[in-house]
Design a protein around this ligand. Sequence first.
Ligand SMILES: [Zn+2]
Ligand SMILES: [Zn+2]
Length: 420
Amino acid sequence: MKRRRACPECDLVVALPALKAGQAANCPRCKRELTYRAHAPAERVLAYALSALIMLAFTMPFSFMSFALGGQAQDIVLLDTATAFRSNDWPLLSILIAATVLVLPGLYLIAVVYVYSAVALRQYWMGAIWLARAISSIKPWLMTDVFLVGVLVSLVKLLGMADIQLGMSFWAFCGYVILLVKTVSNIDTDWMWFALRHEAKTPYVAKAGVDALSQGLVGCDSCGLLNRIEQGHCRRCFRKLRMPGRHRIEWCLALLLTASILYIPANLYPMMRTVTVGGTVDSTIIGGVWQMAEMGSYLVAAIIFFASIIIPIAKIAVLSWLCFVIRRPQPLSVERRVYWYRVVEFIGRWSMIDVFVVAIMVALIQAGALLSIYPGPAAMAFAAVVVLTMLAAMAFDPKALWHPERVRFDVQEWKHERHL
Ligand SMILES: [Zn+2]
Ligand SMILES: [Zn+2]
């Protein structure tokens, strides 16, 4: 019998066809890719993940960037970009940068190597299930590619100010980012879980072409397996099943409201404070954009404007709007709403660019009274906005765009009606 899956974005139960290498299966309704068969998937992912880990080790010991100005020189290693905030009284920002650029990607790669080695050797290793679940949970928080763009933006910003040199670690970091992106894009969770734990026997037949919830079923967020609602936890990966309901929208709106409030100080307070012989200059987000445009760096001005102004506002506006119109048939078709949800979910993490730029500049530009850069309170507020809007997008239930009745779903009521 063909394996059944509930589409993670529209809840339609789909019978997965037997796939050959190079083929993919998409949801017939919302067109989301459900699974993809690569050639030699285990070996391919292992090769990328191991190479990425080796590159990660090379990003640490050598010089990342150096700058020289008027006889003063400063040389930083990659970790300095994270610790720079700590020495400036913003320890939370230090933790956030270290986590998204180094710690979580490192743990992610170790988990991938462990799980895929177990799969390739056809062995059951202790903790493999827990680590396989961690692979899905960590994925949205990997921001190495965003950090790399942040480095490039800082380079352009600094070109006119001082003599900047890129160190060995910078080139290792570029390799690490490319290999990590390749690892992530080659992981197919459906294949990974099937290879790791096979398919649990289904005690019932889920009807394809009908929504899972209306059959009393729910797809696991982590491994995709269909489970009965009353089971509470996934039979294969033991993760708690995420139920639809009012609480999802309420969480989403609460997070969006907090993000909107924090977006005000993020724009009013300075992001960065530049101290030179001539005095101290504070620059806000929009001030920084203006400054770059005046210096003729239109591309950098456009990138920062898009990442720090357009993306957060668009994300808050689109998600709030989706929450409010979810139970109304108009305006816009379901397909258009899904399209906008996918857009904001995809672009959300890129708004971290400016926070990374500040981290790099603060770590690198420390030449005493000649030229020094310090972080402003807006950096913390803005980082919080990015994290909160990402959490809001995760709390939002995209399946409710197709089935507004999911918003009213109550698992206790559902069980009570069926005497469970
Ligand atoms: Zn779908
Ligand atoms: Zn599961």
